[in-house]
Design a protein. Structure first.
Length: 286
């Protein structure tokens, strides 16, 4: 399943404030052909508090919530007011008309033991796609190793030589490249020995190698346009470019096939590709 089609998300929070919850917004992306501009509009929203009135977490079960119109700051706005206006004085028809209002059905579940271990490596507050969880966990572990274990001075903010740490955050913003990474990682896991899988240090290094061999060079392709969610033309252009290079690498069983090919062009090299900045653009600044 592709990243875009994955409907499972994880939610991690360390706060116990009773007024927080999960806000769902249903959006529709469209393209104005006259202006050649992609826009989006909201089709409704709903909110689920994650704590009960007594302060206990809500139950893990299926939820069926009514979708509201307007904005989260407005109360009592229907998505389609015409449905209520058409309702007659007949109680049965009024009930049937009310049930025609859109609703959102989803399931809240407890993470598995493996998923919980991975979630424990992530920031205290984070929402993301569940299919990204293993990759994000490895990134956090490798980042911690580079900043805390492998440095003589943990207070230093000097640049760290690591193309993996520099590039991974940018890859997470490109679902098609994340699909390539997930596929390559799944293939590597299939041929990994059971003893190797129990070695956490070994698996972290293998993940770093898979990343550099599968998506690092793709990210720097000269013919790869910036990712634009909802733009089918851009997505198709990227898919064609990524597929051609990926097939070339697989047929030759090495990423050097595309790096040394005269048919594949890459962006000019910049030293910033190798220099991880602790205070870089993906850090949280206060």
């Amino acid at each position: 399943m592709s990243s875009i089609d994955c409907g499972e998300v994880f939610i991690r929070t360390n706060t116990s404030e009773g007024n927080i919850g999960i806000l769902f917004e249903l959006d529709l992306v469209y393209k104005r052909t006259s202006a050649d501009k992609i826009s989006e509009f909201s089709c409704g929203w709903t909110h689920l508090p994650i704590f009960n009135e007594d302060g206990t977490p809500i139950a893990n079960k299926n939820y069926d919530l009514a979708v509201s119109g307007g904005t989260p700051y407005e109360k009592g706005v229907e998505v389609d007011p015409s449905i209520s206006r058409r309702a007659s004085s007949n109680p049965l028809r009024s009930l049937m008309s009310k049930n025609k209002q859109p609703r959102l059905v989803f399931k809240l579940a407890v993470p598995t033991k493996e998923q919980k271990d991975q979630l424990d490596t992530l920031p205290d507050i984070l929402v993301g796609s569940l299919c990204y969880l293993p990759s994000m966990s490895y990134y956090r572990q490798l980042t911690a190793d580079a900043m805390l274990r492998d440095r003589l001075n943990m207070q230093s903010t000097e640049l760290i030589h690591s193309p993996f740490l520099v590039t991974f955050p940018a890859i997470t913003e490109q679902p098609d490249l994340m699909d390539v990474l997930r596929s390559a990682w799944a293939e590597r896991l299939k041929v990994s020995k059971r003893a190797d899988k129990r070695d956490a240090e070994h698996m972290k290094e293998i993940f770093r190698q898979v990343f550099l061999e599968s998506v690092y060079s793709l990210h720097h392709l000269a013919g790869l346009p910036p990712y634009k969610f909802g733009d089918s033309e851009v997505e198709q252009t990227r898919l064609t470019e990524i597929s051609q290079v990926t097939k070339l690498n697989k047929s030759s069983k090495t990423v050097l096939a595309s790096l040394l090919s005269t048919d594949v062009s890459h962006k000019p090299f910049d030293v910033s590709e190798l220099s991880f900045d602790v205070l870089g653009p993906f850090c949280i600044s206060k």
